[in-house]
Design a binder for this molecule. Structure first.
Ligand code: ARG
Length: 289
Protein backbone atom coordinates (compact mmCIF):
# COMPACT_ATOMS: atom_id res chain seq x y z
CA UNK A 1 0.00 0.00 0.00
CA UNK A 2 1.42 3.32 -1.02
CA UNK A 3 1.65 6.15 1.38
CA UNK A 4 -0.72 8.93 0.45
CA UNK A 5 1.22 11.89 1.68
CA UNK A 6 4.81 12.74 2.20
CA UNK A 7 5.60 12.71 5.86
CA UNK A 8 6.99 15.95 7.20
CA UNK A 9 10.33 14.23 7.68
CA UNK A 10 10.38 12.92 4.12
CA UNK A 11 9.45 16.34 2.78
CA UNK A 12 12.22 17.94 4.78
CA UNK A 13 14.64 15.39 3.47
CA UNK A 14 13.51 16.09 -0.09
CA UNK A 15 14.24 19.72 0.44
CA UNK A 16 17.86 18.99 1.26
CA UNK A 17 18.54 16.02 -0.96
CA UNK A 18 17.47 16.18 -4.58
CA UNK A 19 19.09 12.88 -5.32
CA UNK A 20 17.03 11.12 -2.71
CA UNK A 21 13.73 12.45 -4.03
CA UNK A 22 14.32 13.09 -7.69
CA UNK A 23 14.62 9.35 -8.22
CA UNK A 24 12.41 7.37 -10.54
CA UNK A 25 8.68 7.45 -10.32
CA UNK A 26 8.68 4.98 -13.19
CA UNK A 27 6.98 2.52 -10.90
CA UNK A 28 3.79 4.43 -11.70
CA UNK A 29 1.40 1.87 -13.15
CA UNK A 30 -0.56 2.22 -16.39
CA UNK A 31 -3.74 2.70 -14.39
CA UNK A 32 -2.17 5.52 -12.53
CA UNK A 33 -1.11 7.27 -15.73
CA UNK A 34 -4.74 7.26 -16.88
CA UNK A 35 -5.88 9.27 -13.91
CA UNK A 36 -6.12 13.01 -13.68
CA UNK A 37 -3.10 15.19 -13.29
CA UNK A 38 -3.86 15.77 -9.65
CA UNK A 39 -3.94 12.06 -8.95
CA UNK A 40 -0.72 11.68 -10.91
CA UNK A 41 0.99 14.12 -8.64
CA UNK A 42 -0.24 12.20 -5.63
CA UNK A 43 1.12 8.97 -7.08
CA UNK A 44 4.47 10.57 -7.80
CA UNK A 45 4.54 11.95 -4.30
CA UNK A 46 3.66 8.57 -2.91
CA UNK A 47 6.50 7.01 -4.87
CA UNK A 48 8.83 9.65 -3.62
CA UNK A 49 7.59 9.07 -0.09
CA UNK A 50 8.24 5.37 -0.42
CA UNK A 51 11.75 6.00 -1.62
CA UNK A 52 12.22 8.47 1.16
CA UNK A 53 11.33 5.93 3.78
CA UNK A 54 14.06 3.73 2.37
CA UNK A 55 16.47 6.63 2.25
CA UNK A 56 15.67 7.54 5.83
CA UNK A 57 16.26 4.00 7.02
CA UNK A 58 19.50 3.90 5.09
CA UNK A 59 20.59 7.19 6.54
CA UNK A 60 20.89 5.76 10.02
CA UNK A 61 23.46 3.29 8.72
CA UNK A 62 25.29 4.92 5.88
CA UNK A 63 25.00 7.97 3.65
CA UNK A 64 23.32 11.19 4.67
CA UNK A 65 24.87 14.05 6.52
CA UNK A 66 26.53 14.53 9.86
CA UNK A 67 26.11 18.01 11.27
CA UNK A 68 28.88 19.45 13.42
CA UNK A 69 28.18 22.65 15.29
CA UNK A 70 31.09 24.84 16.22
CA UNK A 71 32.17 28.43 16.73
CA UNK A 72 34.87 28.93 14.11
CA UNK A 73 36.64 31.75 15.94
CA UNK A 74 39.08 29.58 17.77
CA UNK A 75 42.35 28.99 15.97
CA UNK A 76 43.97 26.48 15.67
CA UNK A 77 40.96 24.29 16.55
CA UNK A 78 38.42 25.89 14.18
CA UNK A 79 38.69 29.04 12.14
CA UNK A 80 37.99 30.45 8.71
CA UNK A 81 40.84 30.43 6.23
CA UNK A 82 39.86 31.41 2.72
CA UNK A 83 43.10 29.96 1.35
CA UNK A 84 42.12 26.44 2.41
CA UNK A 85 39.24 24.04 1.92
CA UNK A 86 37.97 22.30 5.04
CA UNK A 87 36.51 18.78 5.32
CA UNK A 88 32.98 19.98 4.54
CA UNK A 89 34.06 21.98 1.49
CA UNK A 90 33.79 25.32 3.29
CA UNK A 91 36.73 27.45 4.46
CA UNK A 92 36.46 26.18 8.05
CA UNK A 93 39.64 24.36 8.99
CA UNK A 94 41.52 23.36 12.13
CA UNK A 95 42.09 20.44 14.47
CA UNK A 96 38.42 19.91 15.35
CA UNK A 97 37.37 20.23 11.71
CA UNK A 98 39.83 17.51 10.73
CA UNK A 99 38.79 15.19 13.55
CA UNK A 100 35.16 15.73 12.49
CA UNK A 101 36.15 14.99 8.90
CA UNK A 102 37.61 11.66 10.04
CA UNK A 103 34.45 10.82 11.97
CA UNK A 104 32.22 11.58 8.99
CA UNK A 105 34.43 9.58 6.68
CA UNK A 106 34.35 6.62 9.02
CA UNK A 107 30.54 6.77 9.20
CA UNK A 108 30.23 7.20 5.44
CA UNK A 109 28.45 10.54 5.84
CA UNK A 110 28.90 14.00 4.41
CA UNK A 111 30.12 16.47 7.00
CA UNK A 112 28.31 19.79 7.35
CA UNK A 113 29.89 22.37 9.66
CA UNK A 114 27.62 24.97 11.24
CA UNK A 115 29.33 28.07 12.57
CA UNK A 116 27.30 29.63 15.39
CA UNK A 117 27.80 31.53 18.66
CA UNK A 118 29.69 29.57 21.30
CA UNK A 119 26.91 29.82 23.84
CA UNK A 120 24.37 28.48 21.31
CA UNK A 121 26.27 25.21 20.78
CA UNK A 122 24.72 23.17 23.58
CA UNK A 123 21.16 24.34 22.80
CA UNK A 124 21.81 23.39 19.15
CA UNK A 125 22.55 19.82 20.27
CA UNK A 126 19.62 19.68 22.62
CA UNK A 127 17.19 20.76 19.91
CA UNK A 128 18.58 18.08 17.59
CA UNK A 129 19.71 20.59 14.96
CA UNK A 130 23.30 19.38 15.20
CA UNK A 131 24.64 15.86 15.71
CA UNK A 132 27.73 16.83 17.66
CA UNK A 133 29.76 19.78 18.86
CA UNK A 134 33.49 19.96 18.22
CA UNK A 135 34.63 23.35 19.45
CA UNK A 136 37.60 22.98 21.75
CA UNK A 137 34.87 22.46 24.30
CA UNK A 138 36.01 21.81 27.84
CA UNK A 139 34.40 19.02 29.80
CA UNK A 140 32.77 20.55 32.89
CA UNK A 141 30.38 19.18 35.50
CA UNK A 142 27.76 21.75 34.55
CA UNK A 143 27.88 20.88 30.86
CA UNK A 144 27.68 17.16 31.68
CA UNK A 145 24.19 17.80 33.00
CA UNK A 146 23.06 18.83 29.51
CA UNK A 147 25.22 16.84 27.07
CA UNK A 148 27.36 13.72 26.90
CA UNK A 149 31.07 14.05 26.18
CA UNK A 150 33.35 11.75 24.22
CA UNK A 151 36.75 10.66 25.44
CA UNK A 152 39.03 13.66 25.69
CA UNK A 153 41.41 14.41 22.83
CA UNK A 154 43.40 17.41 24.08
CA UNK A 155 44.41 19.16 27.26
CA UNK A 156 44.38 22.91 27.51
CA UNK A 157 44.92 25.68 29.98
CA UNK A 158 43.22 29.02 30.37
CA UNK A 159 45.89 31.63 29.75
CA UNK A 160 46.10 35.29 30.62
CA UNK A 161 46.97 37.84 27.94
CA UNK A 162 48.04 41.36 28.95
CA UNK A 163 49.74 44.28 27.24
CA UNK A 164 53.55 44.11 27.16
CA UNK A 165 53.88 46.96 29.67
CA UNK A 166 51.26 45.56 32.08
CA UNK A 167 52.00 45.17 35.78
CA UNK A 168 49.73 42.14 35.94
CA UNK A 169 52.05 39.18 36.45
CA UNK A 170 49.67 36.40 37.46
CA UNK A 171 46.09 35.47 38.35
CA UNK A 172 46.33 37.13 41.79
CA UNK A 173 46.90 40.51 40.18
CA UNK A 174 43.60 40.27 38.31
CA UNK A 175 41.48 41.20 41.33
CA UNK A 176 39.64 44.43 40.61
CA UNK A 177 40.84 44.58 37.00
CA UNK A 178 38.65 44.51 33.87
CA UNK A 179 38.86 41.09 32.25
CA UNK A 180 37.80 40.37 28.69
CA UNK A 181 36.48 36.91 27.77
CA UNK A 182 34.55 35.11 25.03
CA UNK A 183 30.96 34.84 26.21
CA UNK A 184 29.98 31.48 27.67
CA UNK A 185 33.44 29.94 27.66
CA UNK A 186 35.15 28.46 30.70
CA UNK A 187 37.32 31.60 30.79
CA UNK A 188 34.09 33.56 31.28
CA UNK A 189 32.59 31.16 33.83
CA UNK A 190 35.71 30.80 35.99
CA UNK A 191 36.64 34.48 35.89
CA UNK A 192 33.09 35.49 36.78
CA UNK A 193 33.24 33.18 39.80
CA UNK A 194 36.65 34.37 40.93
CA UNK A 195 36.60 38.08 40.15
CA UNK A 196 32.91 39.05 40.09
CA UNK A 197 30.48 39.70 37.28
CA UNK A 198 31.12 43.46 37.39
CA UNK A 199 34.75 42.92 36.37
CA UNK A 200 34.04 40.78 33.32
CA UNK A 201 33.50 42.14 29.80
CA UNK A 202 32.02 39.49 27.52
CA UNK A 203 32.57 39.47 23.76
CA UNK A 204 31.04 37.29 21.03
CA UNK A 205 34.49 36.21 19.79
CA UNK A 206 37.79 35.74 21.57
CA UNK A 207 39.44 38.00 19.02
CA UNK A 208 37.04 40.82 20.00
CA UNK A 209 38.20 40.53 23.61
CA UNK A 210 41.81 40.72 22.41
CA UNK A 211 40.96 43.80 20.31
CA UNK A 212 39.47 45.39 23.45
CA UNK A 213 42.75 44.72 25.24
CA UNK A 214 44.75 46.33 22.42
CA UNK A 215 42.45 49.37 22.66
CA UNK A 216 42.85 49.58 26.44
CA UNK A 217 39.21 48.79 27.17
CA UNK A 218 40.13 45.80 29.33
CA UNK A 219 43.25 45.03 31.41
CA UNK A 220 43.57 41.34 30.56
CA UNK A 221 41.99 38.58 28.50
CA UNK A 222 41.45 35.05 29.77
CA UNK A 223 41.28 32.50 26.97
CA UNK A 224 42.50 29.01 26.06
CA UNK A 225 46.27 28.80 25.53
CA UNK A 226 46.36 27.82 21.85
CA UNK A 227 44.12 30.60 20.53
CA UNK A 228 45.90 32.90 23.02
CA UNK A 229 49.22 32.18 21.28
CA UNK A 230 47.70 32.86 17.87
CA UNK A 231 46.15 36.16 19.00
CA UNK A 232 49.32 37.35 20.73
CA UNK A 233 51.27 36.47 17.58
CA UNK A 234 48.83 38.45 15.44
CA UNK A 235 48.95 41.62 17.55
CA UNK A 236 51.84 43.87 18.54
CA UNK A 237 52.29 44.87 22.17
CA UNK A 238 50.73 41.85 23.86
CA UNK A 239 52.20 39.09 26.00
CA UNK A 240 51.10 35.81 27.47
CA UNK A 241 51.66 35.29 31.20
CA UNK A 242 53.54 32.16 32.23
CA UNK A 243 51.13 31.29 35.00
CA UNK A 244 48.15 29.46 33.66
CA UNK A 245 44.77 30.18 35.17
CA UNK A 246 43.05 26.79 34.90
CA UNK A 247 43.69 23.38 33.36
CA UNK A 248 41.08 21.53 31.36
CA UNK A 249 40.33 18.88 28.76
CA UNK A 250 38.56 19.06 25.42
CA UNK A 251 36.01 16.53 24.19
CA UNK A 252 33.28 16.24 21.57
CA UNK A 253 29.72 16.68 22.83
CA UNK A 254 26.59 14.85 21.68
CA UNK A 255 22.97 15.11 22.70
CA UNK A 256 22.37 13.45 26.06
CA UNK A 257 21.64 9.77 25.54
CA UNK A 258 22.96 9.52 21.98
CA UNK A 259 25.19 6.61 22.94
CA UNK A 260 25.31 5.19 19.42
CA UNK A 261 27.01 8.26 17.99
CA UNK A 262 29.10 8.72 21.12
CA UNK A 263 30.52 5.21 20.79
CA UNK A 264 31.24 5.75 17.10
CA UNK A 265 33.04 9.00 17.91
CA UNK A 266 35.07 7.35 20.66
CA UNK A 267 36.08 4.57 18.30
CA UNK A 268 37.33 7.08 15.75
CA UNK A 269 39.17 9.11 18.40
CA UNK A 270 40.88 5.92 19.62
CA UNK A 271 41.79 4.92 16.06
CA UNK A 272 43.22 8.37 15.36
CA UNK A 273 45.28 8.17 18.55
CA UNK A 274 46.52 4.61 17.87
CA UNK A 275 47.47 5.27 14.27
CA UNK A 276 49.35 8.46 15.08
CA UNK A 277 46.92 10.39 12.90
CA UNK A 278 45.77 12.49 15.88
CA UNK A 279 49.35 13.61 16.46
CA UNK A 280 49.81 14.54 12.84
CA UNK A 281 46.55 16.52 12.76
CA UNK A 282 47.63 18.40 15.89
CA UNK A 283 51.20 18.77 14.57
CA UNK A 284 49.86 20.31 11.39
CA UNK A 285 48.28 23.18 13.35
CA UNK A 286 50.42 23.45 16.47
CA UNK A 287 54.18 23.68 16.17
CA UNK A 288 55.96 22.32 19.21
CA UNK A 289 58.01 24.92 21.03
N1 ARG B 1 37.52 25.64 26.08
C1 ARG B 1 36.65 26.72 26.31
C2 ARG B 1 35.28 26.25 26.69
O1 ARG B 1 34.95 25.13 26.48
C3 ARG B 1 36.55 27.66 25.13
C4 ARG B 1 36.14 27.04 23.87
C5 ARG B 1 35.83 28.06 22.79
N2 ARG B 1 35.64 27.41 21.55
C6 ARG B 1 35.31 28.01 20.40
N3 ARG B 1 35.20 27.28 19.34
N4 ARG B 1 35.07 29.31 20.37
O2 ARG B 1 34.48 26.97 27.20
Amino acid sequence: MKKRFLTAAAAALCAVSLAACGGSSTATTAAETQTSEAADTTAAEADAAEEETAAEAEETEEGGTLIMATNAEFPPYEYHDSSQTGPDGSDIVGIDAEIAGAIAEKLGKDLVIEDIAFDSLIPELQSGKADFVAAGMTVTEDRLVNVDFSDTYATAVQSIIVTSDSEIAGPDDLAGKKIGVQQGTTGDLYATDDFGDENIDRYPKGVDAVQALVQGKVDAVIIDNEPAKVFVGDNEGLKLLDTAYAEEEYAIAVKKGNTELLEQINTVIQELKDSGEMDSIIGKYITAE
